[in-house]
Design a protein around this ligand. Structure first.
Ligand code: NDP
Length: 450
């Protein structure tokens, strides 16, 4: 079956691709399995060199990759360049990590035990459409560094950058069969990877709903699983915060990538004593977000990824919003920046919208802020805005989320662990922590008795 790939900003087809089915998935797993013994035996220094070469190739081809990503996802070109820059950084980081992730020697009665970090084998990577190359690299980097071989399934809507990354892996000298990209349906290719007896682990990013299916399917073969799922993160603004700074930053914490971000701070919690003033500042800042052609250098927000997704996002705005920004008319899956006053019980505050819609919710005091922030099944990220350092730390410790920022809205860095609490998933990506998810610890006892 042929798959037509659209540019979400124009609705024009940009590629036609053949879709893989179960048979092709089994063949790809077979290739990855065959490549595993040799790849896992590559000396750490040599594996590091190959990853470094891959990082350099991503840098050399940054503009091309960024344009692919911008046209396929509808991302503003400036943001796409930043994301591809991060892909290169991820490969550089894990090139440096290859020979620093090793075991220990533990003195025990009668001898000594040595631990080794063994690769898992064939790893299935299932990635979404919101940050296709970025999220693929967060999994590819540590998986390759640990000596695993890979079958990568990009989202049906956005497979183009993964296809190009596979070519760059080969150009870098990573042997054939180590990285295999399969374009196909989640319910076919993804499902087969989850159930395949020769796949040792699934690393998944996507909806909590499909995350549940991954867990269920993986149970049959006791597969290792890491899940990076949805979020409904809170941006908590206290009365003692720098309100101008918090308001200027808030739109970009929820409207970046047109809100299609698992870390989106889509609940803006504001202390009641400063609520009206903050809301006025927030409206002004939101009005300033430049929405339009993703190919233009100064565009800050593009369209949503698909027509179906625009329908879903629209269903969350079931009353007159407090503020609605501008968006282009005509072709493209456009949706304006939207601010809605809400309570934490409203659907817009409970479910992941994954679009440029923010719920603004008042709170009374610190205890109330923590209660509301935690009153969600999700626990991915969040922000705390206050000038009181002790309060910042108290609230950060009390917030049930994996990745928080104080007086800032950024959560994702190459060097630091990223992942969720509660129904936002488990396992950590990025930083040295990610290596734990792509290796098993083996303990070997060596007797020293004569
Ligand atoms: P999905 O969870 O359906 O898609 C994520 C990935 O999983 C895609 O590669 C998809 O493939 C694959 N997949 C889908 N069904 C299965 C299955 N049965 N078995 C194995 N793999 C499968 O996300 P959607 O694209 O449907 O988005 C829906 C909502 O999910 C969004 O509105 C948002 O709320 C949330 N989401 C969260 C993301 C995050 O970063 N945490 C990312 C994307 C979405 P295919 O594309 O072929 O269906």
């Amino acid at each position: 079956m042929t798959l037509t790939i659209l540019n979400p900003a124009t609705e024009e087809p940009i590629a036609e691709l053949e879709q893989a089915g179960v048979e092709e998935t089994d063949e790809a797993v077979g290739r990855a399995r065959e490549a595993f013994p040799a790849w896992s035996a590559v000396a750490p220094g040599d594996r590091a060199r190959l990853l470094r070469r891959l990082a350099a190739l991503v840098e050399e081809n940054l503009e091309e990759l960024a344009r692919i990503e911008s046209r396929n996802v509808g991302k503003p070109i400036s943001g796409a360049r930043g994301e591809i820059g991060m892909v290169a950084q991820v490969f550089h980081f894990y090139a440096g990590a290859v020979d620093k992730h090793h075991g220990e020697t533990i003195p025990v009665a009668g001898g000594v035990a040595a631990t080794f970090r063994e690769p898992l084998g064939v790893v299935g990577l299932i990635v979404p459409w919101n940050f296709p190359a970025n999220i693929a690299s967060w999994k590819l980097g540590p998986a390759l560094a640990c000596g695993n071989t890979i079958v990568l399934k990009p989202a049906e809507l956005t497979p183009l950058s993964a296809i190009r990354l596979e070519e760059l892996c080969l150009d870098a000298g990573i042997p054939e069969g180590v990285v295999n990209v399969l374009v196909g349906k989640g319910s076919v290719v993804g499902q087969r990877l989850i159930e395949h007896p020769d796949v040792a682990k699934i690393a998944f990013t996507g909806s909590t709903e499909v995350g549940r299916l991954v867990m269920q399917g993986a149970a049959g073969t006791i597969k290792r699983v890491t899940l990076e799922l949805g979020g409904k993160s809170a941006n908590v603004v206290f009365e003692d915060a720098d309100l101008e700074k918090a308001a200027a930053a808030a739109p970009y914490s929820v409207f970046d990538n047109a809100g299609q971000d698992c870390c989106a701070r889509s609940r803006i919690l504001v202390q009641r004593s400063v609520y009206d003033r903050f809301l006025a500042l927030l409206v002004e800042a939101t009005r300033g977000v430049k929405v339009g052609d993703p190919a233009l250098e100064d565009t800050e927000m593009g369209p949503l990824v698909s027509s179906a997704h625009r329908e879903t996002v629209g269903s969350f705005v079931d009353r007159d919003p407090y503020f609605r920004g501008e968006a282009p008319d005509g072709p493209g899956f456009w949706f304006p920046c939207t601010l809605v006053e809400a309570t934490n019980e409203d659907r817009v505050a409970r479910d992941e919208v994954f679009g440029p819609v923010a719920a603004v919710i008042p709170f009374e005091d610190e205890a109330d802020a923590i209660r509301v922030a935690n009153d969600t099944p999700y626990g991915l990220s969040g922000s705390i805005w206050t000038r009181d350092g002790a309060r910042a730390l108290r609230v950060a410790r009390a917030t049930e989320a994996g990745v928080l920022s104080v007086n800032a809205n950024t959560s994702v860095r190459v060097q630091t662990p990223f992942g969720g609490f509660k129904q936002s998933g488990f396992g950590r990506e990025l930083g040295m922590h990610a290596l734990e998810g792509y290796s098993e610890v083996k303990s070997v006892f060596i007797s020293t008795e004569g």
